[in-house]
Write a protein that binds this ligand. Structure first.
Ligand code: ADP
Length: 489
């Protein structure tokens, strides 16, 4: 049960509310109790003042040794109220007069001999008055004790007021708190549970909807009730995540299907060609050689595709190990041009290299070589016989701009950005029928990843009927990590 957020929220809420209510009640009760006590004390102070004034007035009319007692008795009769006890003690500590002497007195018999009464009496001073509690009766007494002089003699006045009415009132307050607080907590917990249930209902709906989403229905999205509140934003973030997962899933699916499609062709050719070669027992050696040449070319193509796929898979996972070191880019470019020269001359294509200056760089040389060869290979492949391919490389601000320009027929405008997509070929039928190493449409994806792994870019700078220019822009101060970041597509 405690695993439910609703229950935990309600418990927290109820617990905090209960604590708050109990604290509030305690503070209210304390303030109430203190003000009651202060009121009682000020009543007692006023009463003692009035009592002593009466005694002084009575003394004016009384004479003789008994005059103080008579005056005090008169004052007691005059000021005596229910719930009050008066007692006056003579200088020797003996009782001069008390309200106990009056008829129908209800005060307890041993009141004056109790320890708390004696303590109150002994603490009285002149003109200070001392307040204190005295035990006795149903609820005890609050008392005041003060000294006063009559005819040069020091007497002690003690007035007690029963605390019964105040205690009854405080008891009522306690009883009220005792049933109001539990009811308030109960109602608040019901309300809290209802609110928690209501506000978490969209989360519950989201979680059951999310539970239904699988690889088969990744396109489904969570409902968003209010896009501006927290839950709406959570659902929107979740939907964004689903969108990315969906896209990545779709890319992965397309990648797998394209990859198997690309592998199927060379595999089919290998099988067909070998079946033809084996179909007859006796064949001229020339025919066997031709079949083996086809098998060899297709096996090479198959190997190339598998290698490219492996490179892209590792690039996707950000796990392709880079081995950066310092070298001269101009030398690498010249080297690659030299390597492609035989390919170009086979098609009577003039291949020129223009690198006017030294271009030091720190990068993964093998990967940059692969990028340049991919671009050169494309330029030669898609340029008709007798055409021209130019490689140029130079510094442009903080970058090295490496451009490969051909005089081919170019790439149609609407397809120009798609050439960097995996398995994309402008003319699939033509490329495949040639069997000249026509790739699987992975070369430019890999070349672009290599440029990006070096914090650079690979762009199709120009392409029209007079030819195309691919440019790789690499930071002159390349410092690459030992593992390339994952491929961005
Ligand atoms: P492929 O291995 O098929 O060459 P790439 O990824 O290298 O794959 O290229 C993708 C497609 O872009 C090619 O199939 C081709 O249609 C087009 N392409 C690439 N380079 C050139 C170029 N220099 N001239 C014309 N088309 C090109």
């Amino acid at each position: 049960m405690l695993d439910s957020v609703r229950v935990r929220l309600t418990l927290w809420y109820t617990g905090l509310l209960a604590l708050f209510l109990v604290l509030l009640s305690l503070i209210t009760y304390f303030i109430f109790w203190r003000s009651t006590l202060q009121r009682t004390d000020s009543n007692l102070a006023e009463l003692s003042e009035a009592f002593l004034s009466t005694v002084q007035a009575e003394m004016l009319d009384s004479h003789g040794p008994d005059a103080p007692r008579l005056a005090v008795q008169e004052a007691i009769v005059e000021h005596h109220y229910r719930d009050h006890v008066f007692a006056v003690f003579d200088p020797s500590g003996g009782m001069l007069a008390s309200s106990q002497d009056l008829p129908n007195q209800e005060s307890p018999p041993k009141l004056f001999s109790s320890g708390s009464f004696r303590e109150l009496r002994e603490r009285s001073g002149t003109p200070d008055q001392h307040f204190g509690n005295v035990k006795g009766g149903r609820s005890g007494y609050r008392g005041v004790a003060r000294k006063f002089t009559l005819k040069g003699q020091l007497y002690t006045l003690v007035i007690l007021q029963s605390l019964h009415p105040q205690n009854e009132m405080l008891e009522e307050v306690r009883v009220t708190f005792a049933w109001v607080i539990p009811i308030a907590i109960f109602l608040a917990s019901l309300g809290g549970y209802f609110l928690a249930r209501k506000s978490l209902a969209p989360v519950v709906a989201m979680s059951s909807q999310a539970g239904r989403i699988s690889a088969k229905n990744l396109h489904e999205r969570l409902p968003i009730q209010n896009a501006k509140d927290e839950l709406g934003r959570l659902a929107a973030s979740f939907n964004d995540l689903l969108e990315r997962v969906d896209q990545s899933f779709e890319r992965q699916r397309r990648f797998m299907s394209d990859a198997s499609h690309e592998l199927r062709t060379p595999a089919a050719i290998l099988r067909g060609e070998s079946e033809v070669a084996l179909s007859r027992t006796e064949r001229p050696a020339e025919e066997y050689r031709e079949s083996l040449a086809v098998l060899h070319a297709e096996a090479q193509r198959l190997t190339q595709i598998v290698e490219d796929l492996f490179t892209l898979t590792r690039a996707d996972a950000g796990q392709y190990p880079l081995s950066p070191h310092e070298f001269y880019l101009d030398e690498l470019v010249a080297d690659c041009t030299h390597a492609a020269r035989s390919l170009a001359s086979a098609k009577q294509i003039s291949l020129t290299c223009e690198v006017p200056e030294e271009l030091p760089i720190r990068a993964d040389e093998a990967l940059l070589r692969r990028m340049i060869l991919n671009l050169l290979d494309n330029a030669i492949k898609y340029t008709p016989a007798g055409g021209r391919v130019t490689v140029s490389c130079g510094r442009s601000g903080a970058e090295y701009a490496l451009s490969i320009t051909d005089s081919g027929e170019g790439i149609p405008g609407d397809l120009q950005q798609r050439v960097f997509e995996r398995f994309f070929r402008v003319d699939k039928a033509r490329t495949r029928s040639e069997h000249d190493g026509g790739g699987a449409g992975l070369g430019l994806s890999i070349a672009r990843w290599i440029a990006e792994a070096h914090h650079g870019r690979l762009i199709l700078a120009r392409s029209d009927s007079s030819g195309s220019t691919f440019s790789a822009l690499l930071p002159a101060q390349v410092s690459v990590p030992s593992t390339a970041a994952s491929l961005t597509r």
